[in-house]
Write a protein that binds this ligand. Structure first.
Ligand code: B12
Length: 212
């Protein structure tokens, strides 16, 4: 359960403390707090921001700022998460938010968890064209692609990635796992993904199964 101390992180996200969150995360890491508990507290803040937006208490400006707050926090947190990894022979994963979609907070959380679980991450960012993904597969030999989308209008763009991989003769060499608030397993299958993860923790579990 989240301690009273870590609740401050949740509050900082909700209050959009973009200038101070980095230092607070570092301070808590220095004091020996568990990086995963810190991530959990930050995610709870984002959940609340989402709720406030849906209830029209927050507007787009606040959402953009909340995204910045999470980015600052992850800058401080990622090295600590990565330090928990001891493996040498890392499995490569490409992450991207699909074409037309500029939401990346959930994808970045998944990236942080994968990093700490010992994977090598190539994060192509958001609004990513399928051809860029194909190029990166050729360059890195990655066997897993994690695609994120939060907009219902961009779900179909997952299929563009599938088609581009097929055209390049690579589709049977890689697995596509998808996630994001607009998706579920049925929709994922409709757009030719191999798997779906409801949240970042489930995503890591599913990816571990996929590589077996
Ligand atoms: C923050 C936010 C924004 C920020 C994004 C900042 C950023 N850098 O990401 C900004 C302001 C840019 C934004 C813009 C827009 N947004 Co917006 N946004 C949100 C909001 C409030 C929160 C999203 C979020 O970050 N949640 C927190 C993260 C942690 O959750 P998550 O992304 O779902 O990720 C988790 C899981 O889904 C999963 N996951 C995610 N990706 C992946 C990938 C894989 C492989 C796996 C396994 C798992 C996984 O793991 C994550 C962690 O557990 C949501 C509402 C909501 N409650 O979701 C609306 C929401 C997604 N936005 C919405 C809309 C409409 C827009 C705009 C069109 C608004 C506008 N009028 O301009 C634009 C779109 C711009 C574009 N082209 O993309 C709608 C989408 C409706 C729909 N169904 O299509 C929502 C649902 C709000 C609403 N109810 O209307 N938005």
């Amino acid at each position: 359960m989240e301690s009273d101390k870590l609740k401050k992180l949740t509050e900082y996200v909700i209050e959009l403390e973009v200038d101070d969150i980095y230092d607070l995360v570092l301070k808590y890491l220095d004091e020996g707090e568990d990086p995963f508990e810190i991530l959990n507290a930050l995610s709870q803040g984002m959940d609340e921001v989402g709720r406030l937006y849906e209830e029209k208490e927050y507007y787009l400006t606040e959402l953009v700022l909340a995204g910045e707050v999470m980015k600052e926090a992850m800058k401080a947190l990622n090295p600590a998460l990565a330090a928990s990894d001891k493996s040498d022979d890392k499995i490569k994963i490409i992450l991207a938010t699909v074409k037309g979609d500029n939401h990346d907070i959930g994808k970045n959380i998944l990236g942080s968890l994968l990093l700490s679980a010992g994977f090598e991450i190539y994060d192509l960012g958001m609004d990513v064209d399928e051809n860029k993904i194909v190029e990166k597969i050729k360059e890195t030999g990655a066997k897993i692609i994690g695609l994120s989308t939060l907009l219902t209008t961009t779900i179909e763009n997952i299929k563009d990635v599938h088609n581009a991989l097929e055209k390049a003769g690579l589709r049977d060499k890689v697995k596509i796992i998808v996630g994001g608030a607009s998706l579920n397993m049925d929709l994922a299958k409709q757009v030719c993904a191999d798997d779906y993860g409801a949240d970042a923790i489930e995503g890591v579990k599913q990816i571990k199964k996929l590589i077996k």
